[in-house]
Design a protein around this ligand. Sequence first.
Ligand SMILES: [Zn+2]
Length: 331
Amino acid sequence: MFDRIACALAITMLAPACAVQESASNPSANPKTAESVPDGSAWQPYPGASKDAEFLKKTPAAFRPFVERCDPWDDWDKPAPPFKIHGSTYYVGTCGIAAILVANDDGLALFDSGTEGGARIVEDNIRTLGFDPLNVKALVVSHEHFDHAGGMAYLQKLTGAAIYAGQAASPVIRSGQSDPKDPQAGMHEPMEPVPGSVRSVKNGEIGTVAGLEITAISTPGHTYGAMSYQWKSCEGDQCLTLVYADSLSPVSSDEYKFSENEGYVTSYFDGLERLGRLDCDILLTPHPSHSQMLKRMRTDTMIEPTACAYYAIGKARDLEKRLRREAEETE
Ligand SMILES: [Zn+2]
């Protein structure tokens, strides 16, 4: 336990000992490896789907309806009650897929749409919170898959808002056709092409959308165009850094091999390294289950400054495992 925390803290302080680092022992022969990293994916096991009264008592009241309704791994289109995360940042997604709303004086910024069907639930949730979906001025994409961006066409038609996405994600969002280089190419149905503008964002770019200053962080790996985003949230005297970190799981079609795409694997580890070093008081992820959101909601507030480091370490180890398996299969 101590090692895990020390390592996560070390990563956040840029110490090289635990960070994803260079090693000659990587079975894929790629220059980056997570070999020396303790198992960050071994967060305390989630207590299960039971709506245990003791847990619910400790759960902040604002989170309770969501915790009562949703399970740790839940359906992508199952309606969920929206709730305030912190300051002017709200969860407006379904039980299984996140959509994050940030309300500013200049309008609303929405991160991800959910699926095509899920976008209607997101729209309803925005209204339930008392906001007008027509005030959404920016639609921001984590990665170019239908479960997170499949509702972008619907929401852009509804709001007229500009869409912001990673450089490699933008053509996919525009056309609805998956990127042939995508590890999951050919696995999903095409998405509806979006009718309006799609603006590409780059790593390190700081932009103001709908009055919100956002830093874009390139985190390729799950897809080529995958982006994570960071912004500040203030509530009273408390100002926190929020990170919406992309999926980052090495999932692919049966034929795809990460080990045959060495440059991609290097950029995958680079993105994880960037993510693990971010200031990150509250971590949010497109699949809430990937960062054990329900567990964090049940036991306290969602504040956990080491969460991005744990998350990055866990994903680096998943990628290592995947590369090892591919090496074994080709032996
Ligand atoms: Zn995906």
